[in-house]
Design a protein around this ligand. Structure first.
Ligand code: UD1
Length: 417
């Protein structure tokens, strides 16, 4: 199993490019199931989760090819409507094939994804929404069995903001009869990217990016071409990597506006950050203040940057209170950061971090999920000595070439078996 070895001491300097967004690419690749023919995407990151998606699409009867960051999917009439447990358990986002298959073929069988390291993550809201559109849903032997001759447009109010639920419903509603209105829809930029691709395919959608999305069902969609948006979470992680080392790093090919909540918090902490249309630069700083942060749906502070921001706070001057409101169990990195010497008191969904500038020292640590792994790598950049992060396969699910990007900025990072 691969581990990552990180030697402290390097101040990162230079320019680094952002890759395409995993969380936009996944739903968009599943949306291809809505239209037969060849779909073409650019800026698709090379990641394990994309591979898992391609495997799932292939198991349904599609084919795909990658050439660099260009990814093509050929969709013919599906030979199977079943997403098998072996494929779904590798990636929870596989549940996103439910909406498209059900809408296009009138039936779908999708394994229940089960829990994961960051919480139980149920899919009840996805299923309730499909039911409200007329689907018959049964849970049997660990699978969701969904049937609907034709989904019918209606108004769906999500009692909790759900990114995946909004995406599943958005896709399903494109081929439904009549108009669907999603209230309390998630506003994440990845949902806007998905809606933009669906519109290119012929869908009639308005309000994406706001909390009320309207979808007027159409008879048929056709394949199109699309470039996947930049990965805001990767861009934010790289910005924090520059910041935590007191370095001078410019992150390019990104949309800084999608990261306003992070940038505001970093500025509050003392960092000088320049913003241009497609790039952002963090200036060197030798000491920064602890600031409080609370995660919440977009445009507020992203839960996917909570662990990385906490790493930054462990070496801040003063204390900070980190509150996680999106997932019930997203502090798995806390005990690992404590192994590096961080002073953190977690209690339920609140963690008090007492910053210790220069106070971390290397230790072997274990990655528990994707973003937790990133936070350990960031802490490793400043923990005196050589930090070994094991179970690094989590990183490969969501960060394209992180060690080579950090190395180019001057970090002493390498992979080992
Ligand atoms: C997506 C992202 C993930 C991010 C999360 C929140 C992808 C592939 N993943 O995950 O990186 O951390 O959004 O920004 O895009 N919930 C329910 N019932 C449901 C659905 C969700 O209770 O039917 C709860 C979840 O357990 C969680 C909260 O709602 O507590 C938000 O989950 P959701 O927004 O759906 O996250 P994902 O789409 O799984």
């Amino acid at each position: 199993m691969d581990t990552m070895l990180i030697k402290s001491g390097a101040q990162l300097h230079g320019t680094v490019e952002t890759s395409g967004a995993k969380n936009a690419a996944l739903p968009i690749l599943f949306s291809t199931l809505l239209a037969e023919g060849e779909h073409q995407f650019d800026n698709v990151p090379v990641l394990k989760d994309i591979e898992s998606t391609a495997n799932l699409l292939e198991s349904l009867g599609c084919t795909s090819q990658r050439s660099g960051h260009t990814f093509k999917v050929q969709v013919t009439k599906l030979k199977s409507f079943e997403a098998h447990y072996d494929l779904v358990r590798k990636m929870r986002a596989s549940i996103l094939c439910l909406g498209p298959i059900l809408a296009k073929y009138g039936e779908a069988v999708v394994s229940l994804p089960g829990g994961c390291a960051i919480g139980t993550r149920p899919i009840d809201l996805h299923l309730d929404a499909m039911k409200a559109m007329g689907a018959e849903i049964q849970l049997k032997d660990g699978y969701v069995l969904a049937k609907a001759k034709k989904l019918k447009g209606t108004t769906i109010f999500f009692e909790k903001t759900t990114v995946g639920g909004t995406e599943n419903l958005l896709m399903a509603a494109t081929l439904a009869e009549g108009t669907t209105t999603i209230e309390n829809a998630a506003k994440e930029p990845e949902i806007v990217d998905l809606a933009n691709y669906l519109i290119k395919m012929g869908a009639k959608i308005s309000g994406h990016g706001t909390s009320i999305i309207k979808i007027e069902g159409v008879q048929k969609l056709s394949p199109a071409k699309h470039a996947i948006m930049a990965d805001r979470i990767e861009a934010g992680t790289l910005l924090i990597a520059g910041a935590i080392t007191g370095g001078d790093v410019t992150v390019t090919k990104c949309q800084p506006h999608d990261l306003d909540a992070l940038i505001n918090k970093m500025r509050e902490s003392g960092f000088k950050i320049d913003i241009k249309e497609n790039s952002m630069r963090v200036h060197p700083l030798s000491s920064w203040d602890g600031v409080d942060v609370t995660t919440a749906p977009h445009p507020l502070f992203p839960t996917d940057l909570q662990a990385q921001f906490m790493a930054l706070m462990t070496v801040a001057k003063g204390a900070s209170v980190v509150t996680e409101t999106v997932f019930e169990n997203r502090f798995m990195h806390v005990t690992e950061l404590m192994r590096l010497g961080a002073d953190i008191t977690p209690k339920s969904q609140v963690a008090v971090v007492r910053g210790k500038p220069g106070g971390l020292s290397a230790a072997p640590v274990m990655a528990t999920d994707l973003r937790a792994s990133a936070s350990l790598v960031l802490a490793g950049l400043v923990a005196k000595g050589e930090t070994q992060v094991s179970r690094i396969y989590h990183l490969d699910r969501g960060y394209e070439g992180l060690e080579s990007k950090l190395s180019k900025l001057g970090a002493k990072v390498k992979r080992a078996q």
